[in-house]
Write a protein that binds this ligand. Sequence first.
Ligand SMILES: [Zn+2]
Length: 372
Amino acid sequence: MNSSLRLAVIKGIPVEIHISWLLIFFLLSISLAQGYFPEIVEGYSNMVYWAAAIITTLIVFASVLTHEFGHSLVALKEGIPIKKITLFIFGGVAQMESEPNNPSTEFKVTAAGPITSLLIAVLTGAIYYLMLSPGLLISESILFVARVNLIMAVFNMVPAFPLDGGRLFRSVVWYFSKNMLTATRISVGFGSFLSFLIMALGFAMIFFQGNILGLWLIFIGWMIYQAGQSSYSQLVFKETFAGMKVSELMSKELQTISPDATLDELADAFLHYKYGAFPVVYGSTTHGIVSLQNMKDIPREKWAETRVSQILTPLKETMVLKPDTDAAEVMMRMATENTGRALVMKNGDLVGLLSRTDMMRFMQMHMVLGSD
Ligand SMILES: [Zn+2]
């Protein structure tokens, strides 16, 4: 996905903003300029409110960035490289190159974020109460920043994985159970329960109070639920396929079909070999892949006159993998893109076929028989 814009590189870490961030930047600026500031401090021109709103919004996002740097700097100190920091609609995320390999590292790296937010809240709060008088635009701006940081610290502590609170929860369970996968399953399960609670609260706000802000809660709850599920499956895939390459899982005994074959012949091939798909190959050229799915919309009376070349999924739309691609990564991609099969090619030659069903079967085997 290339919907992010690189802003800067700070301490060797690339900082990016996701396109969705522009929306929240706009929403926050407009509500500060048109609603919040004019309501609590009267008598300034529109332009001054807008300037204050934009500066305040920028400081809020600088705080989000500082929160992520809190995580990142501790991670770097613990020897975990940071790929990048991205700011998006709900705040930010610091992407680590690898997960912490023990519970105490995870605890330290995670706690650094909310602690940073809390420190900013205390600092800006102190500036407001000790140095500024209420009722000035600058004072209200500082107070707003203090409140947002306090909310950020508290919200992130909600124990719903993958929020910071959920990660802390996981590191504690991990510490006692000595098993990261179990710890993740428990904290994702608890997180899902909380995310449904958040969504239910959102619905209640809409139906009983007519409060449209409930939509935000439903949205946030749903995002937390999704994020938890996807990080859990990512972990399971990583665990199952650790160190494995595509070449170890693909089927090498390939049954191919010619692009000139008719659908009658294709139907015979499906019945005979019991495969769900065939690579379409002529000579040494791979044209694509043809599956039962491609065939199901063609009426039976046209089978004799229709060729495989007319219904196949062409090579450029098919997922093509290299034999040495990381298997866990492929499984994640197949799950998110909802792809059933991929062709494995080396230097333009077809060397194997990898299906999601094969990988699922391997996962089941791995669960029952263990990693040996
Ligand atoms: Zn955080």
